[in-house]
Design a protein around this ligand. Structure first.
Ligand code: PMP
Length: 304
């Protein structure tokens, strides 16, 4: 991924992709203290637009604050950097990755005088869980790895170190032939996927776990709003593993995953074993919004 043409925004300026390297003694590489975002830009009838740019940038600043990292830029500067990266790389549609990390100005956990560095990269990225699966749904397995305990990892931060757990969970289930992992919180209640929030639908009511152990997903918030505006009841509450087994429909949400139906959990079919009707309606509503086909939510798009 490092050996390619293009530009990455690195500490305030666009640099050629291949030159965007960092030293092996980079503090974040050793200890995981860093935070990042995942943002998507879509082609719309009025040109390329970034979905909920300000909300993503705000979450990045919140993550840095939680980790105690001093940000050297303003939110407006980082919004502009993300637009600049799309233009410089001539990307009509892209996944955007801002990341904040400490440099190699010192070593050891007690290092002082560390500088906060910021990069913004972007690249084309299609359906994260496969184009066919957006219609067919995915096969999910409950992970043997728990999602974080709230006072061990700080889940409101999209912190680099939090992804050790996600990577372990995902790779375990991929090895066993499933598409994605479902992670339970330390008390055994449903938390989220390795990089997605989860929703279940039972008797027409849509439920999602509250965000104690799960990330406060921007797609999650958007889909909750779309569902309520369509007249559905949406509840944030504790959900048990067996409730997922017997629900009518289930789906994951995420910037990368968008709205991905779940067709099977722990080798049990969910509902009819394919994308459910309410899931399909919400998926379509979401994709209409991000692709600029909805006037009502046009304020969620920032044109590049
Ligand atoms: N949970 C985790 C652990 C994630 O990494 C992501 C992806 N950012 C999500 C949920 C979904 O969040 P969002 O909708 O903001 O992309």
């Amino acid at each position: 991924f490092a050996d390619r043409d293009g530009y990455i925004w690195y500490d305030g300026a666009l640099k050629p992709w291949r030159e965007c390297t960092t030293h092996v003694l980079t503090y974040t590489l050793h200890y995981g203290v860093g935070c990042f975002e995942g943002v998507r830009a879509y082609k719309t009838p009025r040109g390329t637009a970034i979905f909920r740019l300000q909300e993503h940038t705000q979450r990045l600043f919140n993550s840095a604050k939680i980790l105690g990292m001093k940000m050297p830029w303003t939110p407006a500067q980082l919004d502009e950097a993300q637009k600049e990266v799309l233009r410089a790389n001539r990307l009509e549609e892209a996944y955007i990755r801002p990341m904040v990390f400490y440099g190699s100005e010192g070593m050891g956990l007690r290092a002082t005088g560390l500088q906060t560095h910021v990069i913004v990269a972007a690249w084309p990225w299609g359906a994260y869980l496969g184009a066919d699966n957006m219609e067919r749904g995915i096969r999910v397995k409950t992970s043997s790895f728990q999602r974080h305990y709230v006072n061990a990892s700080l889940c409101r931060a999209k912190a680099n170190a939090n992804y050790l757990n996600s990577s372990m969970a995902l790779n375990e289930v991929l090895r066993d032939g499933y598409d994605e992992a479902l992670m339970l919180d330390p008390e055994g209640y449903v938390a989220e996927g390795s990089a997605e929030n989860i929703f279940i639908i039972t008797g027409g009511v849509i439920s999602t776990p509250d965000v104690t152990s799960a990330l406060d997903g921007i797609t999650r918030r958007s889909v909750m709003q779309l569902a309520r505006d369509l007249g559905y009841e949406v509840r944030e509450r504790r959900i048990t593993r067996d409730e997922v087994y017997v629900c009518d429909e289930a789906f994951f949400t995420g910037t990368a995953a968008e709205v991905t139906p779940i067709r099977e959990i722990d080798n049990r079919p969910i509902g009819s074993g394919s994308r459910g009707p309410i899931t399909e309606r919400l998926q379509k509503a979401y994709l209409d919004v991000v692709r600029g086909r909805s006037e009502r939510y046009a304020h969620w798009l920032t044109h590049v």
